[in-house]
Design a protein around this ligand. Structure first.
Ligand code: ZN
Length: 285
């Protein structure tokens, strides 16, 4: 039965790997879009699978085998269509992530006040750097990445606010050129990608995943680049929202002046609550 896994890329935006997603993906898989006769047949079977009706024993058997086949196909699917927004754990673990954004024409540099805290606290961190930022701050990133506590990941080449408006070639270039710049600086090829401003659609997500990167966003926005944010507000907000498995996001490109001053209290309180810190690289398969 020629079922096209590629349709999985039409899974809903901000999808999570839940049971509901599996059902939604399967529905998307058999959607009438560019349907061939065999697809329509499969769609009919799947519709039957999910339809409440007076089942006979043989129907149950058929449904079970369809479900088994569908499950195996999902396992075999090369496309994940997944944006990771939390760590897969119920333990008191959080990931600290810092965006190092530099867009075209807006030079950006590392925030020394944040680096000082990270150095003193010895916590693992993941930095999502744009390629332009990695080129401009190559020596500093090289020094940082020499620590086993620091990983530098891909945040596009020049931080387009809407990557979903780029064609597939342009998206691939954004990823590849940032990879090159980061690898040139740190010696390591990024595994993860984060969309600038968090904007994407199903096609863009599929294109990025096809480059071999997992897409990792955040559990809740800290809002640290917003105007007028004080260290006190930032600390209270982050502490009120953090849960086991949270992926925290801050900015380390000198656009979030409250973050450095707020960090020591945030880390201290999370430790007091029993949290430990992990890099994405350590926790995500
Ligand atoms: Zn950014």
């Amino acid at each position: 039965m020629p079922i096209r896994i590629s349709s999985l890329i039409f899974a809903p935006r901000r999808a999570r790997p839940s049971g509901r997603l599996a059902a939604a993906s399967m529905a998307a898989l058999f959607a009438p879009r560019r349907a061939r006769p065999s697809d329509r047949l499969a769609a009919a079977s799947m519709a039957a699978l999910f339809a409440p009706r007076r089942a006979r024993p043989s129907d149950h058997l058929a449904a079970a085998s369809m479900a088994a086949v569908a499950f195996l196909l999902l396992l075999a699917a090369p496309v994940r269509a997944e944006v990771i927004e939390r760590l897969p754990t119920a333990d008191k673990v959080v990931a600290l992530t810092f965006d190092a954004c530099e867009a075209k024409g807006a030079p950006a540099y590392l925030d020394a006040s944040i680096l000082k805290v990270l150095e003193a606290e010895k916590v693992p961190v993941t930095i999502f750097a744009s390629g332009l930022f990695a080129r401009r701050n190559a020596a500093e990133l090289k020094a940082l990445a020499a620590s086993p506590l620091v990983r530098v990941e891909n945040h596009s080449l020049d931080h387009p606010q809407h990557m979903e408006r780029l064609d597939a070639d342009a998206v691939r270039r954004q990823v590849a050129e940032a990879d090159e710049a980061i690898q040139a600086a740190t010696g390591r090829k990024p595994r993860f990608f984060r969309f600038p401003a968090g904007n994407y659609d199903a096609a863009t997500l599929a294109t990025v995943e096809a480059t071999g990167h997992k897409v990792v966003h955040w559990t809740f926005a800290s809002g640290d680049p917003a105007r007028g944010v004080t260290p006190g507000h930032l600390k209270d907000w982050v502490l009120s929202k953090t849960r086991p498995g949270s992926i925290l996001i801050f900015h380390v490109n000198q656009r979030a002046p409250a973050t450095g001053p707020a960090l020591p209290a945030i880390l201290a309180e999370l430790r007091r609550r029993g949290y430990r810190f992990a890099s994405l690289d350590e926790v995500l398969p």
